[in-house]
Design a protein around this ligand. Structure first.
Ligand code: NZQ
Ligand code: ZN
Length: 398
């Protein structure tokens, strides 16, 4: 187990009817003038926005609204948010939505706290100073990205050509509080529920692999989370109103990306690095759908090089129920990937490039964006340059 620091300070308020606590709670973090930030309108349709406003009103808080965050949140809109907050003297940002709304809120917060364009931090990998924190709270409506507890903030620069999607990684972007009512996720479509299931699994699996050999407790936590998500995912897809299934997914979303499932392991996230350029250049592709296609292909590629076979076999056996073939662990490992792929199909997720709407003529542009024209390979078990990524794409063709 490697040395590690685990600090995940977001306060979680979980369960039914918790919206009435929002106003009084965020007041304890210094809120007096709040930006309520939301997406394309689902929070209006479901009535959640009214409940949030009622709670702020009851607590005597003032607020301004900015709806319209699009999936894969855009820098130009974040700039509008920063300008609005400065004009209105906002002192707290309340994200009401999924990962895109949260990440837009975090980026606005970075802009306000630092006085700099948040893209500066995403593009250079530098981090805001520890004292440059602007408080962000979350009312979560979609179990997926885990941004409600994570130290990441993924934004798309739509002012560049081509667009680039990149993350700010910093402890300063962890929300101070998140309100998690699973009832607020029952209206999520089957497709977005599936994308969320895959993304939650990926945040844990990306940490599971590429790790140190002796990390048994962390791996057992990861496997437990994956099994619970596997089963709850099936139930939520079959019956969107299943409260317990939605509750499991929501809590797993947060735990999967707050670093708990990675304690003592390195954090490289190669498949996320393969996916982000896909959804940057093809804005209609959801992050979870991209991962659903790329992760099995990446795993097949790594196995074809005979790397970390026992870890893939372990996952296959413990999470995907494949019997261990001690004489041929590579068969167990390959069966595990095939079983996971069948699970993704079962929950309605794409598993091929064509299902994502991508054709071979689209590949070059995405691959060159991923590797900066083959000058900056993706760090994985082995570096993934243009040739390796093309091989992975081919494995995702059938
Ligand atoms: O915009 P509205 O109308 O709210 O509709 C959204 C959106 O169309 C809809 N939705 C959300 N809650 C709903 C609902 N529809 C009905 N009922 C509800 N309760 O779902 C659609 C997708 O929303 P979005 O927020 O884009 O999805 P998600 O939570 O999957 O977030 C994806 C973004 O997060 C980034 C991804 O790259 C992507 O940009 N990620 C952020 C991470 C982080 N900050 O830690 C980590 C992840 O790996 C990921 O990269
Ligand atoms: Zn993700």
């Amino acid at each position: 187990m490697n040395n590690f620091t685990f600090c995940t300070p977001t306060k979680i308020i979980f369960g039914k009817g918790i919206e009435s606590q929002i106003g009084d709670t965020i007041k304890t973090y210094g809120a007096s003038r709040v930006l309520i930030h939301y997406g394309g309108g689902s929070v209006k349709k479901t009535g959640l926005l009214d409940k949030v406003i009622a709670s702020l009103q009851a607590a005597g808080l003032q607020w301004v609204e900015l709806g319209g965050v699009s999936p894969n949140p855009k820098l130009s809109f974040i700039h509008q948010g920063i300008a609005l907050c400065q004009k209105e003297k906002v002192d707290f940002i309340l994200a009401v939505g999924g990962g895109s709304v949260i990440d837009s809120s975090k980026a606005i917060g970075v802009g306000l706290a630092t006085g700099n364009d948040p893209w500066q931090y995403a593009s250079t990998g530098t981090r805001p100073e520890p004292n440059q924190v602007f408080p962000v709270g979350v009312v979560l409506t979609l179990a997926a990205a885990g941004s409600e507890m994570s130290n990441s903030d993924v934004i798309t620069n739509d002012l560049l050509s081509p667009w680039i999607k990149q993350g700010i990684t910093s402890e300063t972007v962890r929300p101070v509080v998140a309100f998690l009512n699973p009832e607020n996720t029952v209206t999520v479509s089957k497709f977005q529920t599936g994308c969320g299931i895959v993304d939650i699994m990926m945040h844990t699996m990306e940490r599971y692999f590429l790790g140190t050999p002796d990390c048994d407790l962390t791996e057992r936590i990861a496997e437990g989370l994956l099994i619970a998500v596997r089963d709850a995912g099936r139930r939520a897809i079959a019956n969107p109103d299943d409260y317990e299934a939605r509750a499991t997914l929501m809590w797993a979303s947060s735990l999967s990306h707050n670093d708990l499932t990675g304690c003592g392991k390195p954090r490289l996230f190669p498949v996320h690095k393969l996916e982000h350029p896909v959804s940057a250049l093809h804005d209609n592709i959801s992050h979870g759908a991209g991962l659903s296609v790329l992760f099995p292909a990446w795993a097949q590629f790594i196995l074809s090089k005979n790397i970390d076979v026992m870890k893939f076999a372990q996952l296959a056996n413990r999470v995907w129920g494949v019997e261990m073939d001690f004489d041929h662990p590579e068969r167990t490992a390959a069966n595990g990937i095939a079983t996971m792929k069948r699970y993704f199909v079962e929950i309605g997720m794409p598993v091929t490039m064509t299902q994502l709407g991508l054709q071979p003529e689209d590949y070059d542009a995405i691959i060159n964006l991923t590797t900066k024209n083959d000058t900056s390979p993706v760090k994985s078990y082995i570096p993934l340059g243009n040739a390796e990524i093309l091989e992975i794409y081919h494995l995702a063709e059938d």
